[in-house]
Design a protein around this ligand. Structure first.
Ligand code: SF4
Ligand code: SF4
Length: 312
């Protein structure tokens, strides 16, 4: 018989629960620069449109995130100890009218390899397995999300170099790579993100196969491939549009007005699902009554609209 796993101690459980109680779940206003170079357009669109439930993290994961923040402070101290001037921590990144957003880990002068060149700073921590890949293949190949984040950060601040500094959580090994700004990469990525932002419907999937590698780790899989319903917010409503002016602004064509962040979270009684998000086949539209009728997989009719009535 295999040995029984040891029960988690009450103290540890209480610490994790305390992290969970203090944690806040929130929707990102736009596409995070850290996720912008993801492999699947549809995944980025679902996040931008707040389709899936807010993520809830276990206390252990929340503590791990805090460890990452502590490590960032340590990396700043390490750089300052060797004479690097670090500034601009948490400076805001805003691209595509504020629909792509983030903050940088800092900027620096006095980087040993090129002291007179201003660098963007991007700090990460990794386990030994991930570190091995980063050392072997470099940021661009081993960590495409990090690479996209570095590039978009340089683009936003008009910088030509980024110091990508990674610490290994297992043995404290450090890895540093000076990444050069790649204008062509950035323009291609920004054009792709603009297409995703302006797409009124979910873009193509990375694969139609259920067991595709990326899909196994995708938090939107229930909506994308398992007929789950999206959250009811303005962002899943066909009347909403991300505006291409302002700073991450959205508007509603039903009420002909801008919609604030708080209003978007609440939605309103005239919410109408974007048809591609309904796990059924659209069979009728009544513009006057503002309803759309669907045949659901079990044969039942469902009417989406102001009265939320059942047709049959
Ligand atoms: S489940 Fe797969 S195809 Fe669907 S959004 Fe996620 S990664 Fe893309
Ligand atoms: S109709 Fe209501 S739910 Fe839809 S976008 Fe306008 S305010 Fe939001």
């Amino acid at each position: 018989m295999a040995p029984l796993p040891k029960a988690e101690s009450s103290t540890v459980r209480a610490i994790y629960r305390a992290y969970e109680a203090a944690a806040e779940s929130w929707d990102s206003l736009g596409i995070s620069v850290g996720e912008a170079n993801g492999p699947c357009d549809r995944q980025i669109w679902y996040s931008f449109r707040w389709c899936s439930p807010l993520e809830k993290h276990h206390g252990r994961q929340l503590r791990l995130f805090e460890t990452g923040n502590i490590e960032e402070d340590r990396l700043v101290a390490d750089l300052e100890r060797i004479g690097v001037d670090v500034y601009g921590q948490q400076d805001r990144i805003r691209l595509i009218q504020g629909h792509v957003r983030g903050k940088c880990d800092g900027k620096a002068m006095g980087v040993v390899e090129a002291p007179k060149t201003e660098h963007l700073l991007e700090f990460k921590s990794s386990n030994a397995k991930g570190m091995k890949l980063i050392v072997k293949d470099g940021c661009k190949v081993a960590k495409p999300l990090h690479f996209g984040q570095c590039q978009l950060g340089m683009h936003a601040f008009g910088l030509s170099r980024c110091l990508y500094l990674v610490s290994c959580k297992d043995d404290d090994t450090l890895y540093a790579e000076r990444i050069e700004y790649d204008a062509e990469f950035c323009l291609r990525l920004l054009a792709r993100l603009e297409r995703i932002i302006n797409s009124p419907e979910p873009p193509a999937r990375i694969s139609e196969k259920d067991d595709w590698f990326e899909c196994n780790f995708c938090r939107h899989k229930p909506i994308c491939k398992e007929a789950a319903w999206p959250r009811v917010t303005c962002r899943s409503c066909l009347h909403s549009t991300p505006e291409m002016s302002g700073d991450g602004h959205w508007s509603c064509s039903r009420w002909a007005k801008p919609i604030s962040f708080d209003e978007q979270k609440e939605a309103c009684p005239t919410h109408l699902h974007i048809p591609a998000l309904v796990p059924g086949d659209q069979i009728d539209v009544d513009e006057e009554a503002e309803t759309i009728t669907y045949r659901m997989p079990d044969g039942r009719m469902w009417v989406d609209g102001a009265s939320q009535e059942e047709a049959a």
